[in-house]
Design a binder for this molecule. Structure first.
Ligand code: PHE
Ligand code: ZN
Length: 875
């Protein structure tokens, strides 16, 4: 690849496009091998530029005409992908005919074929792989789209907006014409053509309009769409009630495809989904998958306002739509299910995915300053930390103030391409609040560390809170951030104490402090004794928190904190303290391993407490992950962490065998016949958390095997299978085989079978992985398969991936290099765990660096992979 194709794009270089596109007319002659695209653009000059430059990638140019006349070759040129037409008039009509080969499109960007149907993916820069166009989000126009295709093979022809015409053509072909009345950027364009089954429903909006809702799937999958359809209708109602936002067209189509790079895509009125984010029934989908479907369907629907009606000025503003829309789907899920349990899950994800990113070589701000390949910036930072930033504004302004800000944002920016600054300005102006310092959350990378110390004397309790952010690549100096920090105070008996600041009269049970300085001291008065502070309740700020809590303090908070999230967090931190101490003790060979008895007892008490939500109790039983523990260590002790965590799990299992047997039976019964409700899921989660502990003992293999056989749902079957998967018992192979044979024709379930084996703790995991690459159902062309096998291994099997001989790294890099030509977007994502070499021991460090060097030495490295490999490798 030429170096200029690896150009760094910078936010500071933003300039508006010098032409307006007044309309766009597209005609597609669809054919898998050779599709012809006839595009007609009406353009008006709006800035200073003699030449018209249009983006293109992998297109075969057939002809260019200007105002009806075919242009001679010396009036235009195509190089580096783009099309330049020299010296164009102020107003012009440009017609461009191009050809593309959808069947050969393995990158799954632009127009491609998935399971015999045509579909598109244009975000971020896929439209340029369909036709020449100013492929940037601030160029918005009206689309008219004509689709022509063989009628027997592709009876269904869909695009954005409304269908305004359709009919027959000769040679067994037919056509449909679609018009989208809303201006949109090219990344929201979509088309679908295929032989699909329709699941239909309607929704009446609050203003009384009837909307036609369709979910289109492969024939036979109709019955598996009911849950997604219900989720869509719930999301539509919720957005009207909570945000005052109503759907704006009469038709909303959703299509499920099996080959898709991401979860789903919010194309205007034609959402395209990864099939795994739509299809569910009790036999094939777990509770977690039902929940995922509900959230993704809502997320894409919510984009209709936060993303489509108001879009992004440039890709640096990606979090304007993604952070906001993730926050919206989180609010929705919290309203549909248990809010504290949702919050716990969000924080787990943030810690598992975003904190490591923010602390490693790929750290970037929520609004990045530069990129080489924008596909690499669909990250946990832009999405999940971006959502945390919105959540903090919600907390600082209150629900009503936040809603006022949203209303003003929509009033000001509807129909336009906006920036993150515009969003904060609306929040600020609607509330007359100064958010200038707060905006640093958008520009400063890295997770702030907040350290709290306390002191009690003469009835006054002082909390000293210091914040600090470590340097990240390109940002050596960090400024203090403005953040909400909710606290409460508990007495030694576990009762809540009044929170009253010195100089104030009012007191509350809980209080949101605002931190702005590197150091604050807050003085609380009217306290009879030194309290135990409950800090960052609800995870008000996305920070790493260091406290002086003793084991007894943690146990007290675990048992009594009225903030459910904080109660869970106390347990996690208690476990983390113990596990890190155990790792250290094991490493220096001393016998100072901590006594875990009190923690084990406290955990048992929470698990046994019937007054608590079963879903919450299941969360309490899940120890911090090996990766989370690794994040807390200067040099990661892979085996030590694994050994310490397994030992603690065994202590817990040994202490609470009877409790776990009774929890498993009681909550399995309480769940009743399967229904995908939050309540049922909670019972199953607790029963299966108990089963996981029981299953550490091979003597309980029969219990798991029996659950596998009798389960009426995938959640219970998978829980049983996971237990067997880690045991050296005859039932293991037999059950895995049974699972394979039962589901071999269902790609989404087969993915679970691949994942189970990728997650195996057995020493032969890599040999098995190599065998599975050759399995007839495995394909490097299907991203779900790749993620199920290779992604699961690299991201969620630390002991296997970090095998001391480096075979795990070599295995991953071999796959990344295969993807370099097939699908570099997916290859770049897979490569990310290799950036963790900095905190590994010297042997692993050398092995990982050597593998990254192997990537960088490969010929014709794609931009996506080059960017990740070079940043990951940097010393
Ligand atoms: N915009 C999609 C979403 O978050 C994600 C996506 C990005 C999908 C790029 C495909 C390609 O809802
Ligand atoms: Zn999104």
């Amino acid at each position: 690849m030429k170096t200029d194709e690896r150009r760094v794009i910078r936010l500071s270089e933003y300039a508006p496009y010098p032409f307006r596109v007044d309309s766009l007319d597209l005609v597609f002659d669809l054919d898998p091998a050779k599709t012809r695209v006839h595009s007609t653009l009406a353009l008006t000059r709006s800035g200073h530029a003699d030449d018209l430059v249009l983006d293109g990638d992998d297109l075969t140019l057939v002809s260019v005409s200007l105002d009806g006349k075919e242009l001679p070759a010396d009036r235009y040129s195509t190089d580096g992908g783009s099309l330049t037409v020299r010296d164009v008039p102020d107003r012009l009509t440009l017609e461009v005919v191009t050809e593309i080969a959808p069947a050969d499109n393995t990158k799954l960007e632009g127009l491609y074929v998935s399971d015999g149907m045509f579909c598109t993916q244009c975000e971020a820069e896929g439209f340029r792989r369909i036709t020449y166009f100013p492929d940037r989000p601030d160029v918005m126009t009206r689309y008219k789209v004509t689709l022509r295709a063989d009628k027997a093979a592709y009876p269904v022809l869909l695009s954005n907006g409304n269908r305004v015409d359709q009919g027959k053509l000769k040679d067994g072909r037919h056509y449909a014409v679609w018009e989208d009345p809303f201006n949109k950027p090219s990344y929201l364009f979509a088309l679908v053509a295929g032989d699909l089954e329709r699941v239909h429903d309607t929704f009446r909006t609050r203003s009384g309009r009837d909307i036609e809702l369709n979910i289109w799937v492969e024939h036979g999958n109709g019955p598996r769409c009911a849950f997604a359809m219900q989720s869509l209708k719930k999301a539509m109602t919720w957005d009207e009630e909570v945000y005052g936002l109503e759907y704006d067209l009469d038709l909303f189509n959703v299509v499920a495809v099996s080959a898709f790079n991401m979860g789903a895509m919010e194309n205007k009125s034609l959402n395209i989904f990864n099939a795994k984010a739509i299809l569910a029934d009790p036999d094939t989908a777990t509770d977690a998958e039902y929940e995922y479907i509900e959230a993704v369907v809502a997320h894409e629907y919510f984009h209709n306002w936060t993303g489509n009606r108001i879009t992004c000025r440039d890709w640096f503003q990606l979090s304007l739509k993604e952070g906001l829309t993730v926050f919206r789907d989180q609010q929705f899920s919290a309203d549909m299910r248990s809010a504290p349990v949702e919050r716990i899950n969000q924080v787990r994800t943030l810690r598992a995915r975003q904190f490591p990113e923010d602390g490693g070589p790929l750290a970037h701000p929520v609004r990045p300053d530069s990129y080489i390949e924008i596909n690499n910036f669909y990250t946990a930072t832009v999405y999940d930390k971006g959502a945390e930033v919105i959540r903090m504004m919600h907390r600082l302004l209150g629900a009503d103030g936040y809603r006022k800000g949203i209303d003003l944002y929509v009033a000001r920016h509807d129909g336009t391409a906006a920036t993150c600054d515009d969003f904060v300005a609306a929040m600020q102006d609607a509330n007359r609040r100064d958010l200038l310092q707060f905006k640093r959350w958008y520009s400063q990378a890295g997770t702030p560390q907040v350290e709290v110390s306390d002191h009690f004397a003469d009835g006054v309790y002082s909390l000293t809170i210091r914040q600090h952010t470590d340097p990240t690549p390109g940002q050596p100096d960090k400024q203090p951030l403005h953040m909400p920090f909710e606290i409460g105070l508990l007495g030694r008996d576990g009762a809540s104490l009044p929170v009253r600041l010195e100089g104030e009269v009012a007191y509350t049970d809980s209080r949101v402090l605002e931190l702005r300085e590197a150091e604050h001291t807050f003085r609380f008065v009217g306290l009879p004794e030194k309290p135990v502070p409950s800090l960052n309740r609800g995870f008000t700020a996305p920070i790493r928190l260091k406290t002086a809590h003793s084991a007894a303090d943690r146990a007290l908070l675990m048992a009594h904190d009225p903030d459910t999230f904080a109660r869970w967090e106390a347990g996690q931190q208690y476990a983390t303290d113990l596990l890190l101490a155990a790792v250290a003790a094991r490493a220096d060979g001393s016998n100072s391993a901590p006594d875990t008895a009190e923690f084990v007892a406290a955990l048992g008490q929470c698990a046994a407490d019937d007054s608590l939500d079963p879903a919450f109790r299941a969360q309490v039983l899940a120890l911090p992950s090996e990766d989370y523990l690794a994040e807390q260590m200067a040099v990661i002790d892979v085996e030590g962490i694994h050994a310490a965590r397994e030992a603690l799990r065994r202590d817990i299992a040994a202490a609470h065998g009877d409790l776990f047997r009774s929890l498993r039976d009681t909550h399995r019964a309480a769940a009743g016949p399967f229904a995908p409700t939050a309540e049922g899921a909670g019972h199953r989660a607790l029963a299966n958390a108990a089963l996981a502990y029981l299953g550490l003992d091979p003597a309980n293999a029969d219990l798991a095997a029996e659950q596998y056989r009798t389960a009426d749902n995938m959640t219970d079957a998978m829980a049983a299978l996971r237990v067997l998967n880690d045991l050296e018992v005859p039932q293991r192979v037999a059950t895995l085989e049974h699972f394979h044979d039962r589901f071999k024709d269902d790609p989404l379930v087969l993915d679970k079978w691949f994942s189970l084996q990728a997650l195996s703790q057995r020493p032969d995991v890599l040999d098995r992985l190599r065998e599975l690459l050759a399995h007839p159902a495995f394909s490097m062309r299907n991203p779900n398969r790749v993620r199920a096998l290779i992604g699961a291994f690299a991201n969620s099997n630390p002991i296997g991936f970090h095998a001391a001989d480096g075979r795990g790294y070599a295995f991953l890099v071999d796959r990344v290099l295969e993807l370099n030509t097939l699908n570099p977007l997916i290859g770049a994502r897979l490569l990310q765990p290799m950036g963790r070499w900095r905190r590994m021991d010297d042997t692993r460090k050398a092995l990982m660096k050597q593998e990254l060097d192997r990537v960088l030495a490969a010929p014709d490295l794609a931009r996506d992979i080059y960017e990740i490999a070079s940043k990951a490798r940097a010393e």
